[in-house]
Design a protein around this ligand. Structure first.
Ligand SMILES: O=c1ccn([C@@H]2O[C@H](COP(=O)(O)O)[C@@H](O)[C@H]2O)c(=O)[nH]1
Length: 224
């Protein structure tokens, strides 16, 4: 069975991203290319990484009016990514149109509440209730919109898994107990997320910023 770990390649240089992916490719199940990568390297960069033969997760977190998001999805269909993200807070119609615009095997999933935010941050955006409540609300909206799954933290994934067995449940914000939190606030370990029902584990800096990225990827794999 292939690894549930998708390596987040948040690196400014294409050659560095390619080298890192090549180094650890035997210990991860896919590559996640985000805004930083896509803004810097566009379609060309995606083609370069796709040559390694791993599934590509385009984490663009699209959030706009339905027509614009559908147009963006149509523009990346040629890349045939395995997964593309939109923001659930863009609303039901936006998620429905994103799903309708995707072709082939591309799965559309919705980011509920960023793992870098906690209850206090949520209150500051004017939303009442806890992070847990907000994630549950948006996960339900995403499910109603008929998309393929959601992104949430490992603190909520168990609850969502019980209600949405077939959903693709993607969890970033993963940290080993000994590792730096950085800007992530709602964290769990990769093993905790997997045991709670996560389908995809997104891991970036614990591998990419490790003194020995290959050893770090192997160590994470050994915990799963
Ligand atoms: O809620 C979210 C949604 C996406 N991400 C992305 O995942 C990785 C995490 O990287 P680390 O270095 O392991 O923190 C990163 O690319 C984010 O853009 C997220 O962290 N939280």
């Amino acid at each position: 069975m292939s690894s549930p770990v998708f390596l987040a390649l948040d690196l400014p240089r294409l050659d560095a991203a390619k080298d890192l992916a090549t180094l650890v490719k035997g210990h991860v199940g896919g590559l996640k290319l985000g805004l930083e990568f896509f803004c810097a390297h566009g379609h060309h960069g995606v083609h370069e990484l796709a040559q390694l033969g791993l599934p590509i997760f385009l984490d663009l977190k699209l959030h706009d009016i339905p027509n614009t998001v559908a147009g963006a999805i149509q523009a990346i269909n040629v890349l045939q990514p395995a997964i593309v993200t939109v923001h659930a807070s863009g609303g039901r119609a936006m998620m429905e149109d994103a799903k309708a615009a995707a072709t082939g095997k591309t799965k559309i999933i919705a980011v509920t509440m960023l793992t870098s935010l906690d209850d206090t941050d949520l209150a500051r955006t004017g939303v009442a209730g806890s992070a847990h409540d907000q994630v549950m609300r948006l996960a339900e909206l995403a499910q109603t919109a008929g998309i393929d799954g959601i992104v949430c933290s490992g603190q909520e994934v168990g609850h969502i898994h019980r209600q949405w067995k077939t959903g693709l449940l993607v969890v970033p914000g993963l940290r080993l107990p000994s590792g730096a939190q950085g800007d992530q606030k709602r964290t769990v370990t990769p093993r905790q997320a997997r045991d709670a029902g996560a389908s995809v584990l997104v891991i970036g800096r614990p591998i990419s910023r490790a003194a020995d990225p290959l050893a770090a990827a192997r160590a994470i794999e050994a915990t799963l």
